[in-house]
Design a binder for this molecule. Sequence first.
Ligand code: ATP
Length: 215
Amino acid sequence: MADQKIPQVTAKRLPLYYRYLEKLHAIGKQRVSSAQLSEALQIDPATIRRDFSYLGELGKKGYGYNVNYLLQFLRDFLKQDEVTNVVLIGVGNLGTALLRYNFYRSHNTKIVAGFDIDSNKVGKEIDGIPIFSIDRFAEVKELHNVEVAILTVPANVAQQVTDRIVAAGIRGILNFTPARLTAPPNVRIHHIDLTTELQTLIYFLKKFPPEENRE
Ligand code: ATP
């Protein structure tokens, strides 16, 4: 795959190319020249050739670009660049730590909002991430096109919060509470119980000290 470090100006034009190529594809066009693209999109042909050169060997001189190939290439390329927006519910100690943790640095994942019922927390920001009332969940979720939620509420409310966010269309939940949650089969729940993990580690250390495991 081509180098990911393409200039921002080029990256911004890729969706334009993509949309236009989709149109060409829809009317059955097989190839397109940079001159044709230039005219349709009002972008200088030299700029188009330079943009495409960042993506690798996409066209032959005198032939132009293969519409299908270019379309598939851009589709894959843009998908890799896609950022997945997630939200977090329960801005307590653990929730705050996770909001502060910059998932975005190493992955294309970004927490775009926190939710809580505590009026002292609602309306504030943590590291630039706004905290909303849980009553606004459906609205904010729709706005940011969110399908995944991190759950850091107290265990005794975890199921009711789950029911609510699932009803709003959440499809993936990272459950940091010790509660065992139930949800419809189209919802995926991953469970991270830090307390139990720590206790299990300590139990194994006591019961099976590592030295004894080694031959
Ligand atoms: P702290 O007490 O400092 O907030 P904590 O992690 O000990 O931290 P918890 O009692 O575990 O707090 O609650 C975590 C967060 O979940 C709190 O901010 C609380 O206000 C919030 N919370 C509780 N019930 C709900 C709910 N039904 N919906 C959304 N958030 C909730």
